[in-house]
Design a protein around this ligand. Structure first.
Ligand SMILES: Cc1cc2nc3c(=O)[nH]c(=O)nc-3n(C[C@H](O)[C@H](O)[C@H](O)COP(=O)(O)OP(=O)(O)OC[C@H]3O[C@@H](n4cnc5c(N)ncnc54)[C@H](O)[C@@H]3O)c2cc1C
Length: 805
C-alpha cells in the first residue's frame, strides 16, 4: 500500500469508485480507495438501480444526463459490463399540477437538448401494453431512461481507475483520520497509514462514522427501503423487447421490468428508520425482514395501474438501508472548517447521479470549484443547527413524500421551529406565516384577521399572493418594516481589517468612516461567489453583510486569506438582529423615534452611523434591498423585540406595518436587484451579472487573476429583467427562456409579481447576442410559452429619486 497519495477515497460503493475514476481522468493518478469489505458493500449492492435524466433543478438534470451517457463509454473503456438497459421511461401525470411539473421539465430538457417528450395514449400503450392509462392526463417519454447493474457499474469505475494508476484496497477499513499541522492528513488502517492532502468521505451508510473520525457531524440518518420482484409474467415472456420503466409519482411507486417479471418499489408513508444512532460496523450484506404490509397502499396503486403485478406471484423482496440528508439531496463539497476534507454522502438516486457527482467532486478537489453551481447540494447549506431531531423529522418527511411535487416557494414544516429570535412570538401575534432560512424562522408574510394561517402551494398564484401584494403596496405607498435578521453579519476589527477585506473582496473598501460599498466576492473560476455590503463603522471596524444561507459557503473563501496580527473577523449573525424600514414614510417613522438626524442631508444614501431609536442603540445603514428610500437597522439580539415594538407602533401611526420576505423578493425585482444563489452564482461572470462596475482592478484581491481572465472575454449571457404576459401564475426561477422560433435563449433566475408596477416580472440570463431591450422571448411558465419582453430598465424608480431622496 502506498504511504502517500494525492487523495484517499474512503468507501468503495458506486459513489467512491466514481470519484476515484474521475480523479484519475482529471489527471490525479496517485490516488487510493480504501474499502472496509468488498466493493459495493453498503447500499450499492442491493439497489434497484433505476436511472432517470429529468429533475426539477436543471443543473441536476445535466449531471444525471452526463451519468446516463457515461455508462456505455465506461463499458467500452473497461470491458466491464454495466448491465445497461435503456428501454426508456414513461412518466405519468394524474393531476393538473403533475401535468404542469412534467411540461415544465420538458421545456427545461429542451433547453439542453435532452430527449423528453409528450406521447399520446396510443403511443404509450404501444410502448407499455401492460399499463392501464385510465385517468392519466399527460404522459412523457424519456427514451434514455432505464436501469443498470449496480455491481457492474461500480466495478467498471474501479477497473477504469486502476488502469490509470489508482490503487484500491478492499478489506481495509479506515480506523482514523488525523489532521497534521501542515494541513495534510494521516489516514490510519490496520495495513498501514497513508499521508494525503485530501480525504474523500464516500462511506455511504457509514458516512457519519467516518466523518466522526475527523470530528465532523453530518446530518444524515438511514431508513429502510423496499422493493419486490414478481415471478415471470407470461406477456413479458412473450415479448422480444424490454418494457420501459414507469414513473407513476402520483401513485407513489416505481416500476420496471426485471428479468421476465416486474420490479416495484415504494416510499411508504409508514416509513422506518434504521440505525438512528450509528450504523453498526459489522453490518455486512444483510437485508431486513420483508414488511410488504407497510407498502400495501402503494402496491395497490401499482396493481390498479399495471394489473399484471397483482396476478404474478412475488419472487423476491429486498428491504435494505439507504442514508438520507434532511432534504434528500447530497451532502457534497469540502467541509468548510477543515482543510482538505471532502464529502460526497447521502446520495439517494445514486445510479442517476454517480457519474456527475464523481466528475464534479474531481473538479472541486483538483481545481477548487465545480463548473456547475450546486449550492442545493453543497453540505455548507446546513450548519450545526441541523441537529439530530431536525434531521430525523425532515428525513421522515422526505422519505414519506419522496414523489411529492415540490412547488415554488414551498416551505416544509417538519422539524420546525429550530431557531427563533426574540421577536418571533410578536410576529406570530401580528399574523406572520413563517419560513425556514438557514435554520431560522423568519416571516414570509402577514395574514390579516380572518385569512388562513397556512399557505397553499401550487404552480399558479396561491393564497398568499394577495396578502403579499397588500404588504408590497403598503411599503411603496407608505412604509414597511421587514425583519432582515437572517442576513449574515460579520465584523472585521483591528489594525489589519481594511487591508484584509481589500484582499478578500473585489471592490475597494470604504476609506471614510460612515461610508458603505457594495462588493462582489470572486470565485476560483472568476464568477460571482458572493455579493456583500461593507461599511466602515469606525477607524478599524468594518461591518460586512451578506447572504444568510451562504454563511458557511462563504467561510471557505474567508479561510483562504490569513488574518493579519491583532485583527479578527467574526460572525455576528446570532448576536445581531436587523430590520429594514423602507418606503416613502420610513424617514418620518424613524425620525419620530430618534433624536438623530435622518434628513436627506443628515443621512445620505449609502452612509451609515450609530443612532439611537426608541432608546435602542442601532447601527443604521441607508440602504434598502426594496430599492426604496429606506434604512437597515442592526441592533443587539436582546434589543430586537423592543426595537420591533417601537417601529411597529410608530409605523401604525402612519398606516405602515410589518412586511415579510416574500414581498421583499417582489420589491427587489421591481428594482432589478439580483440576489445571491439566484442571479449571483459562481457560474456567472461579473460582466454577465452587471457587477463589473464593482470590481476594482487597481488592487489585488482573492481570485483576481481568474477575474481578469473572465473579464477579458465577451459575456456569454447577460442578466436582464423581463415583463411577462401571464395571468394566473408568475415565474419563480428555473423556467427556460426561448426565442419565439423555439431556439433556447436562457433561463429565469427569479420571478414574482411586481405589485406596485403591476407587472409579472422575472430576472434571468439570456444569450448576450439577443439580450437587447424590447426583444420578445417565450418563458415556459406552467410548461407553456408566455410572451416576455426584455425591459430596458427595471420598472421601479428609474431615476433613483425614491432611493436617494
Ligand atoms: C432497496 C434500495 C433500492 C434502491 N434503488 C435505487 C434505484 O433504483 N436507483 C438509484 O439510483 N438508487 C437506488 N438506491 C440508492 C443507492 O443504492 C445509493 O444511492 C447508492 O448505492 C449510494 O452509494 P454510496 O457509494 O454513496 O454508498 P454505499 O453503497 O453505502 O457505499 C459506502 C461504502 O463505504 C464503505 N465503508 C464504510 N465505512 C468505511 C470505512 N471506515 N473504511 C473503508 N470503507 C468504508 C462501505 O463498506 C461501503 O462499501 C436504492 C437503495 C436501496 C436501499
Amino acid at each position: 500500500m502506498r504511504s502517500h497519495a494525492q487523495a484517499v477515497v474512503i468507501g468503495g460503493g458506486v459513489i467512491g469508485c466514481s470519484i476515484l475514476y474521475h480523479l484519475t481522468k482529471a489527471g490525479w493518478t496517485d490516488v487510493v480507495l480504501l474499502e472496509r469489505s468488498e466493493l459495493t458493500s453498503g447500499s450499492t449492492w442491493h439497489a434497484a438501480a433505476n436511472m432517470h435524466g429529468l429533475h426539477d433543478v436543471t443543473n441536476i438534470s445535466r449531471l444525471q444526463h452526463y451519468t446516463m451517457n457515461l455508462y456505455k463509454e465506461l463499458e467500452a473503456e473497461t470491458g466491464q459490463s454495466c448491465g445497461v438497459f435503456q428501454p426508456g421511461s414513461l412518466y405519468l401525470a394524474q393531476t393538473e399540477n403533475r401535468v404542469h411539473q412534467l411540461r415544465l421539465q420538458k421545456a427545461k430538457a429542451r433547453r439542453y437538448g435532452m430527449n423528453f417528450h409528450e406521447v399520446g395514449r396510443d403511443e404509450a400503450e404501444r410502448l407499455h401494453p401492460l399499463v392501464n392509462f385510465d385517468g392519466v392526463r399527460c404522459i412523457m417519454f424519456e427514451p434514455d431512461g432505464g436501469n443498470v447493474d449496480p455491481s457492474g457499474v461500480t466495478n467498471a469505475y474501479a477497473i477504469g481507475a486502476r488502469q490509470s494508476g489508482a490503487e484500491i484496497h478492499r478489506f481495509t477499513p479506515v480506523t482514523g483520520t488525523e489532521p497534521q499541522p501542515n494541513g495534510s492528513w494521516i489516514v490510519r488502517t490496520d495495513k498501514g497509514d497513508i499521508r494525503t492532502p485530501w480525504i474523500v468521505n464516500a462511506a455511504g451508510l457509514w458516512a457519519r462514522e467516518v466523518a466522526a473520525l475527523a470530528g465532523v457531524e453530518l446530518p444524515l440518518i438511514p431508513t429502510e427501503h423496499q422493493y419486490f420482484v414478481t415471478e415471470t409474467i407470461p406477456e413479458i415472456s412473450a415479448m422480444n423487447r424490454r418494457l420501459p420503466s414507469v414513473a407513476d409519482r402520483d401513485g407513489e411507486y416505481y416500476l420496471r421490468q426485471e428479468g421476465k417479471g416486474l420490479l416495484v418499489g415504494a416510499y411508504e408513508r409508514d416509513m422506518r428508520f434504521w440505525a438512528e444512532n450509528g450504523t453498526p460496523q459489522d453490518f455486512g450484506h444483510e437485508l431486513f425482514a420483508d414488511d410488504l404490509e407497510r407498502i400495501e397502499d402503494n402496491m395497490m396503486r401499482a396493481i390498479d395501474r399495471v394489473p399484471a403485478v397483482g396476478t404474478a406471484g412475488i419472487k423476491r423482496v429486498i428491504n435494505g438501508p439507504m442514508i438520507w440528508s434532511p432534504d434528500s439531496s447530497a451532502l457534497f463539497g469540502p467541509v468548510p472548517e477543515l482543510q482538505g476534507y471532502f464529502c460526497c454522502c447521502g446520495i439517494i438516486p445514486g445510479f442517476s447521479q454517480n457519474g456527475g457527482l464523481g466528475r464534479l467532486s474531481a473538479e472541486w478537489i483538483i481545481t477548487g470549484e465545480p463548473t456547475l453551481d450546486l449550492f442545493g447540494w453543497d453540505l455548507a447549506r446546513y450548519g450545526s443547527w441541523a441537529g439530530k431531531a431536525f434531521t430525523k423529522a425532515r428525513v421522515a418527511d422526505q422519505y414519506a413524500h419522496r414523489f411529492k411535487i415540490h412547488y415554488p416557494n414551498e416551505e416544509r414544516t417538519a422539524g420546525r421551529p429550530v431557531r427563533t429570535r426574540p421577536a418571533y412570538e410578536r410576529q406570530k401575534e401580528l399574523g406572520a406565516v413563517f419560513g425556514l432560512n438557514y435554520g431560522w424562522e423568519h416571516p414570509l408574510w402577514f395574514r390579516a384577521e380572518g385569512e388562513p394561517d397556512v399557505e397553499t402551494y401550487g404552480f399558479t398564484r396561491q393564497n398568499w399572493w394577495e396578502p403579499v401584494g397588500r404588504e408590497a403596496r403598503m411599503l411603496r405607498d407608505r412604509a414597511g418594516i421587514i425583519d432582515i435578521s437572517n442576513f449574515a453579519k460579520y465584523v472585521a476589527r483591528g489594525p489589519g481589517a481594511e487591508t484584509w477585506l481589500n484582499t478578500i473582496f473585489a471592490n475597494r473598501m470604504p476609506r471614510e468612516v460612515g461610508r458603505s460599498c457594495l462588493t462582489p466576492l470572486i470565485g476560483v473560476r472568476g464568477g460571482i461567489a458572493g455579493d456583500f455590503t461593507v461599511t466602515k463603522m469606525a477607524e478599524d471596524e468594518f461591518w460586512v453583510i451578506g447572504s444568510g444561507m451562504a454563511e458557511r459557503f462563504h467561510q471557505r473563501f474567508f479561510n483562504a486569506v490569513p488574518l493579519p496580527d491583532d485583527t479578527t473577523f467574526l460572525s455576528r449573525t446570532e448576536g445581531v438582529c436587523g430590520f429594514n424600514v423602507a418606503g416613502p414614510l420610513s424617514r418620518q417613522i424613524l425620525q419620530s423615534l430618534s433624536n438623530d438626524d435622518f434628513s436627506p442631508n443628515g443621512f445620505c444614501f449609502m452612509r451609515s452611523k450609530p443612532v439611537e431609536i426608541a432608546g435602542v442603540t442601532v447601527g443604521a445603514l441607508r440602504v434598502s434591498f426594496t430599492g426604496d428610500l429606506g434604512w437597515e437597522l442592526h441592533c443587539h439580539t436582546r434589543d430586537q423585540l423592543r426595537l420591533y415594538d417601537a417601529l411597529i407602533e410608530a409605523g401604525r401611526a402612519v398606516g405602515a406595518g410589518p412586511v415579510g420576505s416574500r414581498a421583499l423578493m417582489s420589491l427587489r425585482l421591481e428594482k432589478g436587484y439580483g440576489s445571491w444563489g439566484r442571479e449571483y452564482s459562481p457560474e456567472w461572470w461579473p460582466q454577465e451579472s452587471n457587477l463589473e462596475r464593482l470590481i476594482n482592478l487597481d488592487k489585488d484581491f482573492l481570485n483576481k487573476s481568474a477575474c481578469t481572465s473572465t473579464l477579458s472575454k465577451p459575456a456569454r449571457e447577460k442578466m436582464a429583467i423581463f415583463e411577462i404576459e401571464v395571468e394566473e401564475a408568475d415565474a419563480s426561477g428555473g423556467e427556460p427562456i426561448f426565442l419565439p422560433d423555439g431556439t433556447p435563449a436562457g433561463q429565469v433566475t427569479s420571478g414574482a409579481y411586481g405589485y406596485h408596477v403591476e407587472k409579472s416580472l422575472a430576472l434571468g440570463y439570456v444569450r448576450a447576442d439577443v439580450a437587447t431591450p424590447g426583444r420578445v422571448f417565450d418563458v415556459a411558465i406552467l410548461g407553456r410559452p408566455h410572451r416576455a419582453t426584455l425591459l430596458e430598465q427595471p420598472p421601479f424608480d428609474r431615476d433613483g429619486s425614491r432611493l436617494r431622496g
